[in-house]
Each structure stands twice: as C-alpha cells, then as structure tokens.
Design a protein around this ligand. Structure first.
Ligand code: AMP
Length: 395
C-alpha cells in the first residue's frame, strides 16, 4: 500500500487515537453480531504490543439524527470488547471535550478507552474542521481502521487525518489488499459474482468488473431485469423496467463474459411458505407469481463457470436468502466458493448481505476474505478511491 500503516510508525508512549468501525447491531443493549469488533482486534493487539501510552477508540453507531440518543450509545460495546481483548476497556460518554481528555489522562499505561458515538455531533458527517480539531486533541497519532466508513469524508476519519500523522490499521490494509490490489491484478481466471435486489445500484460495478474479470455471473433480483431484457415473462417478479434497455446494452457489451440465469424458482407469494415452481426461460414465471431464487440448471451452470476460477469476488445474494426456501442458490454459490478456497483460489466476499449470507451458511471461516464494509467494498469494486484512505499519510 502507498499509505503509511501502523507498522511504519513508532507508537511507543503515544496516545494512539484510532477510528474503528463498531457500527454493530444492538438490540436492547445486547450486541447481536460482533463480527466488526472481532475484525478490529488484530490492530488493537498490534498497537498494544508497541506499548503505547493509551489507545483511544472512536466510532459511530447507527444514524442518530438529533444528538445523543440512548439506543445509539456505544456503551454496550466497551464490555464486549473487553471480553474479546481480555483487558479492561473504559468508556467515555462523549467523544470530545475536557472531561474526555481527563479520562484519557487517567488511563493506566497502555490503557484502552472507547469514546461515545461520533455521530452524536452533527459536524461528524459534515466533516466539520472544528469538530475534527477537537477529536484530534485526544491523541498524538491517528490510526484509521474503519473500512466500513472509509468511503465517506467525515470528521472522525478525513478531518482528523488532516490534523495528525494518519496511518492505516491492519484491517483497512487487508481490505484494500483484497478488494483493490487483488482485483486489479488477479490470478486468472477471475470470476465476479453479483446479486442482490437492484441492478440500478450496481451498474457501475458491473461495468467496472466487466473490464477486469474473465466472467461475470449475475443472479438475484437484479438478474430478473436481464431476463426481462431477453424477453422472458417475469410476471410479478422484481424487475426494474427503467433499466431494461441498459440491461440489453450490457448483454451485448458483455457477450460470452456475462452469465445470467437460465431458470429460476418462482413463488406464488413473497413468503417462505409459498408454493414454488421452477420456471424456464421458455415458460417464464407463471402469471401472478414472482421469481425469488435462481433455479437448479442455473446453479449447475454457475458451478461450471466457477470450476477453474483462481480469483472470485462475490457481492449480493442469488435470491431472497433470508427465507430458507429461497436460499438454495446463494448456499450453492457459497459451497462452490468453499471448494474453490480449498483448491487454493482466492475468494473475496463483499460486505453487507453477501457477508451475512456466508455467515448464515456457516462457512465464513472458509473464505479468503470477508469484507466488513458494504458501501466501501462496492466503491472499491467500482474502482473508486476512498476518501478515508486518500487522507492518510503517504509512505
Ligand atoms: P442488495 O442490498 O442490493 O445486495 O440486495 C440484497 C437483497 O436482495 C436481499 O435482501 C435479498 O432478499 C434481495 N433479493 C435477492 N434476490 C431477490 C429476488 N429474486 N427478488 C427480490 N429480492 C431479492
């Protein structure tokens, strides 16, 4: 990476201010998925080994609109992180100000403190320079390890980077390695798999990946629009009528590279208990029914297209995977990727729903890399720069 990382700087005796992505789901004060906390542990451990004066962690959680709101407090995260680290983690009920600095000064040698939600200040998402200057007073050096927000220019990442020496954490470095470096210089064949609800959200990703990959497989709701573009009757399926012409253009541009479903699983209602029926391109979806998953022939076709892949990047489920009866396509792709990883291929899973699907399938530990950021990983797949990364010091 051309940016400085934690490995390039001296952290000993320093107050290390670290932006992490602790935007975790919290229900009634309990963290229901601690993936993002676990993802931050290696960088925190590394910094601890350098014997810093202290580690000051800051993050946002959710989208508070009107200042402090109890349901968006990071307070439940401190004890959860302490358990993961096997070390005390103090909590400050603000992210800037005199009382926070006193709490930081009061920490024992190499002590850790988590600050309250940065988005309790409106200036955070506006990248307000005064707020960033206040945040910067909490540390001597800044480490950005929050990949999930690296595609945004906020006070706690970009703003602070302008005030302190700013370096990447190990998680940020790893995400960039896989979602940017590997994809720019992949071991071939390089196969990309895209799914999810809407094609209009992913047009730029499709175009960017078409120019880099050897095959681009499209499934999920977004494939419906491609099938409609091929003249298949999709009945009540989710189809973006306004994107049909664009899908037609992409089918021509993509040629043999673009792989779309050849059958699907239709349901008579949007429910796990719905009646289902496999439809073909010839029959189309029965009147009043909707396509909620890829079909068995498509699964076989996708598996065949993946068979010799050396690099695979996957973003978006193949169907409505939240309902077990429509998770077959998504699970089949997940299993194909497990086999490919075992054969030495590099398998990279984008954040968001694809990461959730891989977790749900119970195979998360069998992938090469699972991204912690949905929006940020899509930006990288589109080939865009991330402001949070750009703002860091060059090597
Ligand atoms: P995205 O956020 O664009 O990646 O979309 C993910 C969502 O797409 C998931 O909630 C899936 O349930 C949904 N999805 C996938 N396939 C379909 C489909 N055939 N019809 C409707 N929704 C779908």
């Amino acid at each position: 990476m051309e940016k400085l990382t934690v490995r390039d700087v001296d952290l000993t005796g320093k107050r290390v201010l670290m932006r992490v992505d602790f935007n975790v789901p919290v229900e009634n004060g309990t963290i229901t998925d601690d993936t993002r906390l676990r993802a931050a542990v290696p960088t925190i451990q590394y910094v601890l080994e350098q014997k810093p004066r202290s580690i000051i962690l800051m993050s946002h959680l959710g989208r508070p609109k009107e200042g402090p709101e109890a349901k968006f407090s990071l307070a439940p995260v401190a004890p959860a992180l302490a358990t993961l680290l096997g070390k005390d983690v103090a909590f400050a009920d603000d992210c800037v100000g005199e009382s926070v600095r006193e709490a930081i000064d009061a920490l024992p040698e190499s002590g850790i403190i988590l600050l309250e939600n940065t988005r309790f200040y409106k200036g955070e998402t506006k990248n307000d320079p005064e707020l960033a200057a206040e945040m910067a007073k909490n540390g001597d050096i800044f480490v950005n390890d929050a990949f999930g927000t690296a595609h945004r220019a906020h006070a706690s990442n970009v703003g602070v980077s302008e005030k302190l020496t700013a370096v990447a954490g190990l998680l940020l470095e790893k995400e960039i390695t896989y979602l940017s470096n590997t994809i720019e210089n992949p071991e071939r064949p390089f196969v990309a798999i895209l799914g999810g609800a809407k094609v209009s959200d992913k047009i730029k990703v499709i175009e960017a990946l078409l120019s880099k990959c050897d095959k681009l497989i499209i499934g999920g709701g977004m494939a419906n629009t491609f099938q409609a573009a091929k003249g298949v009757d999709m009945a009540n399926s989710l189809v973006e009528v306004g994107a049909i012409d664009m899908a037609k253009d992409l089918l021509v541009k993509g040629g043999d590279k673009l792989i779309v479903p050849i059958d699907g699983r239709a349901a008579n209602e949007f429910s796990n208990d719905a009646e289902t029926q496999v439809y073909s391109m010839e029959t189309g979806v029965p009147a009043g029914w909707e396509s909620l998953d890829i079909g068995p022939k498509t699964i076989e076709k996708f598996r065949a297209e993946l068979a010799d892949a050396k690099t695979i990047v996957w973003n978006g489920p193949m169907g409505v995977f939240e309902m077990p009866n429509f998770a077959k396509g998504t699970n089949a792709v997940a299993e194909a990727l497990v086999e490919l990883t075992a054969k030495g291929a590099t398998t990279i899973i984008g954040g968001g729903d694809s990461a959730a699907a891989v977790e749900q399938a119970g195979i998360a530990d069998k992938m090469t890399h699972i991204s912690t950021g949905g929006g940020a990983s899509l930006e990288l797949l589109e080939g865009n720069e991330l402001p949070g990364l750009v703002a860091l010091n060059d090597k």
